[in-house]
Design a protein around this ligand. Structure first.
Ligand code: NA7
Length: 558
């Protein structure tokens, strides 16, 4: 490899690295590549940076990790200068931050927006990827990095008659850029995961009536969102070295917080209730850190689940509605726990109703109504908060063909297989950021993104130094990793829920627990050890013959 200047008269546009996606992963990847002298091009399907935060503009959209922690740590200046205004950042503020990062590090000049990567084919002779985009262009790159995001492929549910509906239909994961005004309208909301739970209270305030169609009741903890004071921000900033170190190396999920040192059944009922009550008052995801075995032992988990069910019963005044809202089919935390602002209290409003579509599934959607149990619930607009083809959906949309024409989709037909979540055997020089088999969605995504980007950047530098042409996961190492990921998951309660972690929300998708649940600290140590041992479990090959350098450093045989 060599920087772009190596050959000033290219015949084919080529780069050292093509990055797919300009969310938080793609932006940082580009920044690192540039700093190391690699030529890179980023393709982004959206009209701007931010990835999932570019698309998820629904009312009430907010991050469930605290803003001071859901932010890049790679630049000391950046983390000292950016002022988060709230404990949990809203989508517009996160998008503003993403844009600030793009400007501050001058990233846009290497990003092509409104462009999908449709195909990537490995040219065995050139040992290079040929990448075709939606504008019909094919470019070459020695490496491709998929920074395609885990929650980027919004899923329209397969409900009979949906296309016949005459009013507007919005998906939370692909929300319009223009203002949506529900004033005076009857709105139907399908889906009660994080997106439904965050948007319902905001829509209810505007709409004439909101009908929530619930298939699975979800556990949700109050966010207790509030403005951040200057003092709070400064405390974080002063302590960032320790906070970031802890998040990277100690915390399982990449979030700085006190760690539980005892199990739920080690305390008396009264003490336990007090602990849960204190965490409920404090709000946020750390409710689940009350004890160290809530994700492991059902008896322990039940105590937390019962506490939350009790709280729902206290908040919701109509007993029948309260009962429906109390989750009863999965241990707490095994589906992504939600954090909300006034979600349960929203059902006390006279203009909000809840329809149980678990016992009575939606029969069909007609021109003006959602039909359930033979009864038409009339609505003027529909909001689909029905989630994503998570973790693999965005990768699957690209036709990726490795040596011998093997497609990644065929290889992953029984479920995604990767080594460390970073590469898949049979697909040389193709990296995935926060892919299946890595902690990804079980962690603070920015912590995981930075770790992956740095690891990939280091491996490219290693290859450049050693004059290596290809890097690929070894099939045996991959098989062992897949078994390990599965074993660790099955040592927990997580696989008991029909969650998108398991691919269970997509009909026909293989049921495999996709993220690595061993924790970001453990995972980082494994990745570092692998690199220290000369990239153990990866096969790296040197140049077979001297090469002529392409414009961007993609090498073609001389
Ligand atoms: P989720 O968490 O996947 O939630 C989707 C919701 O939509 C969930 O309640 C589903 O019920 C429901 N759903 C999906 N398909 C249907 C159909 N066909 N009919 C009725 N209801 C349906 O997506 P979100 O966008 O809320 O959140 C995704 C992540 O983004 C979140 O975890 C955070 O990490 C941020 P189900 O549970 O499948 O019965």
């Amino acid at each position: 490899m060599s920087p772009a200047q190596a050959n000033p008269s290219p015949t084919t546009e080529s780069y050292n690295v093509i990055v797919v996606g300009a969310g938080f992963a793609g932006m940082y990847m580009l920044h690192r590549l540039r700093g190391l002298g690699f030529s890179a091009r980023v393709y982004e399907q959206g009209g701007g940076v931010g990835g999932t935060w570019y698309w998820n503009r629904y009312p009430g959209a907010r991050c469930d990790v605290e803003s001071m922690q859901y932010s890049y740590s790679f630049s000391e200046e950046l983390q000292q200068e950016w002022d988060w205004s709230e404990r949990y950042a809203s989508q517009p503020e996160i998008l503003k931050y993403a844009n600030h990062v793009a400007d501050r590090f001058d990233l846009r000049r290497d990003i092509q927006f409104n462009t999908n990567v449709e195909r990537a084919v490995f040219d065995e002779r050139a040992r290079c990827w040929a990448v075709t985009t939606s504008d019909g262009t094919t470019v070459q790159a020695q490496f491709v990095v998929l920074a395609t995001g885990c929650l980027s492929n919004a899923r329209k549910p397969d409900i009979k008659g949906l296309d016949n509906f005459k009013g507007p239909v919005y998906h939370t994961g692909n929300w319009p850029h223009e203002d949506v005004d529900f004033t005076g309208l009857r709105v139907g909301l399908i889906g009660t995961g994080s997106s439904g739970i965050q948007s319902a209270p905001v829509i209810a305030e505007q709409a004439k009536h909101l009908t929530v169609f619930q298939r699975t009741a979800n556990f949700s903890i109050p966010a207790r969102n509030a403005a951040l004071t200057g003092e709070e921000r400064n405390t974080f900033r002063k302590n960032y070295p320790e906070i970031r170190r802890f998040a990277r190396e100690v915390a399982r999920n990449g979030i700085f917080a006190e760690q539980p040192d005892r199990g739920a059944l080690d305390d008396s009922d009264d003490v336990r209730r007090e602990k849960y009550a204190a965490r409920w008052e404090r709000g946020g995801l750390t409710f689940m850190y009350a004890y160290n075995n809530l994700g492991l032992a059902l008896s322990a988990n039940d105590t937390a689940a019962n506490f939350v069910r009790g709280k729902i019963g206290e908040i919701v005044t109509d007993p029948e509605t309260a009962k429906l809202l109390q989750p009863d089919n999965h241990p707490i935390g095994t589906k992504r726990i939600c954090i909300d602002t006034d979600y349960f209290a929203t059902f006390n409003r006279p203009n909000v109703s809840l329809v149980d579509i678990k016992s009575n599934p939606i029969q069909e959607i007609t021109a003006h109504a959602v039909r359930v149990g033979g009864e038409d619930q009339e609505v003027d607009a529909l909001v689909l908060a029905t989630g994503f083809d998570a973790m693999t959906g965005s990768v699957a949309k690209i036709d990726i063909r490795g040596p011998g024409g093997q497609t990644l989709n065929r290889k992953w037909a029984e479920g995604p297989k990767t080594y460390l979540g970073l590469m898949s055997a049979g697909f040389p020089n193709l990296f995935i950021i926060t892919g299946p088999g890595s902690p990804s969605v079980l962690s603070n995504m920015i912590v995981s993104i930075e770790q992956h980007v740095d690891w990939i950047a280091d491996s490219l530098v290693h290859m450049r130094k050693q004059g290596l042409a290809t890097m690929e996961a070894d099939g045996e190492a991959e098989d062992k990793w897949v078994v390990h990921v599965n074993e660790v998951a099955h040592g927990t309660l997580y696989p008991q829920a029909n969650s998108w972690y398991m691919g269970a929300n997509i009909p026909g998708k293989p049921r495999i627990f996709m993220p690595y649940i061993g924790g970001v600290g453990v995972y980082r140590r494994i990745c570092d050890e692998v690199a220290a041992k000369g990239y153990e479990g990866f096969v790296m090959e040197a140049e077979a013959q001297p090469r002529r350098l392409g414009a961007g450093g993609c090498m073609t045989p001389a």
